[in-house]
Design a protein around this ligand. Sequence first.
Ligand code: BJW
Ligand code: ZN
Length: 245
Amino acid sequence: MEVDSRLINKLKEAEKIVFFTGAGISAESGIPTFRGEDGIWNKLSPEELANFNAFMRNPKLVWEWYQYRKNIIHNSKPNAGHYAMVEFEKYFPSVTVITQNVDNLHKRAGSKIVYELHGNIERNFCIKCKKRYDTELEFLDGIPKCDCGGMIRPDVVWFGEYLPADQLKNSELATISSDVFFVVGTSAVVYPAAGLVYTARQYGSFIVEVNTETTEVSKICDVNFQGKAGEILPRILDKLKKIKY
Ligand code: BJW
Ligand code: ZN
């Protein structure tokens, strides 16, 4: 893989870097992505599981999906892609990670500024009184219950729900002022998160896609690397080390 000379020139001058990530960045940590064959759990698509109506209809089933994923996440570690993003912090005054992932792996890798657009699977709250439950939950008949009797749900963003306003606002601000905007391991089909790529385009950022496939936004990126994030990002970093020192 040749690292594009236009990207190298941009990185020489750049001060503000944004990494916008999706499930693909964690695929090499063994965490299944959402779409494609990988994303189908019990023959159900994420659209059928990640929504409040599905939870109210069948909380046990939705919790089974989250328990299955939580278990994988607890047994996984950040990979070379996550760590490469942390190393970028040595070379640029501002590096921001904007993630759609709920797996906490960017923070575990050590990234300093991480905005979580779709929540975090480690946190939970009661749907009735909103009390927070961030420690181990007790499951009775497959559903964790609050002291008040209400059902506890994961603190993640489901379809039809608003994204955390502060995380979205900060992500927009970082995107607008970014010099280089990396889009890593996302199919870019879920909004408003995917809209950030168009915002980056509108505000003149240099957009670099890293994905094993082409996506909805491939055409509006300046450079497309087709391959695994855990391999491509460390190679870009190696090149960067040579030009920055
Ligand atoms: C690799 C790799 C490797 C693999 N290296 N790459 C505008 C237009 C149309 C629709 C809408 C719109 N605005 C809003 C909507 C509705 C809806 C939406 O976007 N629907 C579309 C699907 C049509 N959006 C919403 O409902 C959002 N809320 C909202 O808009 O609120 C306002 C509102 C309020 C009231 C009424 C109406 C509106 C909320 C969206 C919430 C999404 N939630 C989920 C679940 C989170 C919790 C959990 O994890 O359980 O978020 S769904 C799921 O999709 C998850 C992800 O973050 C998200 C994105 O998926 P991602 O990360 O891109 O994963 P994949 O699997 O799709 O892609 C993986 C990629 O990696 C692939 O491209 C691979 O090739 C690649 N890859 N290995 C590099 N090693
Ligand atoms: Zn409660």
